[in-house]
Design a protein around this ligand. Structure first.
Ligand SMILES: Nc1ncnc2c1ncn2[C@@H]1O[C@H](COP(=O)(O)OP(=O)(O)OP(=O)(O)O)[C@@H](O)[C@H]1O
Ligand SMILES: [Mg+2]
Length: 378
């Protein structure tokens, strides 16, 4: 997959900007707050219809203007040229256009462009709270599994109602028959919960293999990355969903008194965590800044590969501020690796000193200044 042409109009700090990227490496270089990340963000919106940074779409519109557009021409294996456009407005509903036809349901357009984005927020997956890692799992798995999305929604509803009942029991406000209701909720909880656990476990076992390879390349084989699923109860000895479901019910029986005393559900996917360890040391606790960044990057590169396997062609790679904290060796390894994947790549940086000359020779470079991007030397 390749973006051949990108145009943003009244988007963030851009009035109107056109860009013709190359197939390989594209670099946006400039001082802080000039508009480098904004360009990467616009391409991420093309893929997902949303920005990772904006809480509201209206934030994407140039101050003082009523609407913003992102237009692109994309080359894909299945249909050579796709014209895609997203329009955000202060008054109208957001819409997209695919080869000229208009869509207001974003589900119809998401995934037409496939992109993987790395930005500094991804470091939180490694060093943040467990809830960040659960969100990461849910986002990643949801992208490729509608069944997971459904189970997740059903599980959340079940837990809400079950907690409500447990609170009633704790406060001795429970009505007759509430213990029967509780055991019905238990079955439902174990039913949906076991699906989530099973998918998370298999996603992580696949991810950990690919991420370890990427990580070994980046760190020149010095550090071994291990990604381990940490569910709230052991499922190591159980191989299938039914087994997990049974174990879930066993464990619920085990913590039952405790749950009634505390008025809340104590086990299940809502308590899961993931550990990232480098050479047997937990990255969250002991990783240096550069090590944590390398781990986060390896995870993104693994995600890139998983998407490629799924859609049958390499997704676009968007690397925002990836170079800080990485030493020369890791930078060189990163661009060698990325070059070999065949993913069209966009990188932002504040200067070009970080790039090996051999890499720069093949790249197209834009100087970005005050909402204008100009081809370097052009
Ligand atoms: N809706 C908007 N309208 C106008 N300007 C905006 C809007 N949203 C953001 N900006 C401005 O765009 C500028 C560039 O932001 P961007 O995040 O792209 O910078 P950057 O070049 O990536 O900088 P850094 O090197 O610090 O990451 C910022 O000064 C920001 O205030
Ligand atoms: Mg930036």
């Amino acid at each position: 997959m390749r973006i051949d042409y990108l145009e943003v109009i009244h988007y963030r700090n851009y009035r109107r900007q056109q860009i013709e990227p190359v197939e390989g490496l594209n670099i946006f270089v400039g001082e802080n707050a000039q508009g480098k990340s904004n360009l990467l963000e616009s391409m991420y919106v093309l893929a997902t219809s949303k920005s990772t940074r904006a809480s509201r779409d209206s934030e994407l519109i140039l101050f003082g203007e009523p609407s913003a557009s992102i237009r692109a021409r994309v080359n894909r294996i299945k249909d050579i040229d796709l014209a895609i456009e997203f329009d955000v407005s202060l008054v109208e509903k957001k819409f997209a256009k695919l080869n000229g036809s208009r869509h207001t349901r974003m589900a119809d357009v998401i995934g037409q462009v496939n992109a993987v984005m790395f930005d500094s927020g991804d470091l939180e997956t490694i060093r943040g709270e467990p809830s960040v890692r659960r969100r990461f799992l849910d986002l990643e798995i949801s992208q490729t599994s509608p069944r997971y999305v459904h189970s997740l929604g059903a599980y959340r509803k079940t837990i809400e109602q079950r907690n409500f009942l447990l609170k009633e029991i704790r406060e001795r406000r429970a009505r007759p028959g509430s213990l029967e209701t509780l055991s019905a909720w238990n079955v439902q909880l174990a039913n949906y919960g076991s699906l989530l656990i099973d998918r998370r476990r298999s996603f992580l076992s696949r991810l950990s293999v690919i991420a370890a390879e990427a990580h070994s390349l980046l760190s020149d084989g010095r550090d071994l990355l291990e990604i381990t699923y940490l569910p709230s109860f052991h499922v190591n000895d159980v191989s299938d969903v039914t087994g997990i479901q049974q174990e879930f019910l066993n464990q619920l029986a085990f913590v039952s008194d405790d749950e009634k005393a505390r008025g809340t559900t104590l086990i299940g996917p809502q308590r899961d965590d993931v550990s990232f360890s480098v050479s047997k040391r937990d990255s969250k606790l002991f990783g240096s800044q550069g090590q944590q960044r390398t781990v986060a990057l390896a995870v993104k590169l693994a995600e890139r590969q998983l998407i490629e396997e799924l859609v049958g062609e390499p997704p676009v790679l968007l690397l925002d501020d990836v170079l800080s904290d990485l030493d020369d060796l890791r930078r060189r390894r990163l661009f060698e690796y990325v070059g070999e994947t065949g993913s069209q790549t966009f990188v932002t940086c504040t200067n070009l000193r970080a790039f090996p000359a051999s890499i720069l020779e093949r790249a197209r470079i834009w100087n970005v200044c005050e909402g204008k991007a100009e081809i370097s030397g052009g």
